[in-house]
Design a protein around this ligand. Structure first.
Ligand SMILES: Cc1cc2nc3c(=O)[nH]c(=O)nc-3n(C[C@H](O)[C@H](O)[C@H](O)COP(=O)(O)O)c2cc1C
Length: 191
């Protein structure tokens, strides 16, 4: 048996698996568009379709969601890496991040925040509840939301998931480093 090494929390990224990167679009009370990359995002139910997002409270994204209760999860591909980094720049909230990152807004089907044309798929979301992440750490929240509309680049409507995920080329993130998706390794039915 291999020896197990205890790890201090500063090195927690060695224990975790990189998280998928989404671009969250929101709008503020003056109708200014905001984009931010988020990795702490995960589906918690497929039926009904519900997602949870972990956010610091000092994000414009959080403040906008708190106000309007609506946001879009956009799935970028590896080609957008530099533009993703630009959306994480700490620019004034009065500045439109679509212009800052050179991305294109398109109208959403149900919610008010726009989708990002350059992204491969889009989940339009309405907040169900927002809670503080713990009793002791009051600057982080969990936002749980219902997905109310889904859209996808037409050429990615391919039911073979192995091929489809390859073409989506999603990004994963851990401690300032990006990774791409590995290859298909097998079916749920394998024993
Ligand atoms: C790849 C990536 C993933 C990130 N994931 C999160 C996250 O899940 N939650 C969070 O609060 N901040 C996350 N951040 C930090 C925010 O995106 C960053 O602070 C951004 O400037 C916030 O923008 P806003 O103030 O316009 O919302 C992430 C940053 C990067 C680059």
């Amino acid at each position: 048996m291999k020896m197990k090494k205890s790890i201090d929390f500063n090195n927690c990224s060695l224990c975790f698996i990189p998280v998928p990167v989404y671009l969250i679009t929101t709008i503020d009370e003056n109708n200014i568009y905001n984009i931010a990359p988020y990795g702490m995002v995960m589906p918690i139910s497929y039926n009904p379709l519900i997602v949870s997002v972990g956010s610091a409270k000092n994000r414009d994204t959080y403040r906008n969601i708190l106000q309007l209760n609506e946001f879009v999860l956009n799935v970028p591909s590896v080609e957008l890496l530099k533009k993703i980094n630009r959306t994480a720049d700490p620019i004034p909230s009065a500045e439109d991040e679509f212009i800052h990152a050179d991305l294109t807004p398109i109208k959403s089907n149900i919610v008010q925040p726009p989708r990002i044309e350059e992204c491969k798929s889009h989940m339009e979301c309405k907040t169900i509840w927002i809670k503080e992440a713990s009793n002791t750490c009051t600057d982080r929240v969990i936002i749980t939301a219902e997905v109310v509309a889904l859209s996808l680049d037409e050429d990615l409507f391919i039911k073979n998931l192995c091929e489809q995920k390859g073409l989506m080329k999603p990004l994963y993130y851990e401690k300032h480093s990006y990774f791409s998706l590995g290859g298909y390794i097998g079916s749920r039915r394998m024993r």
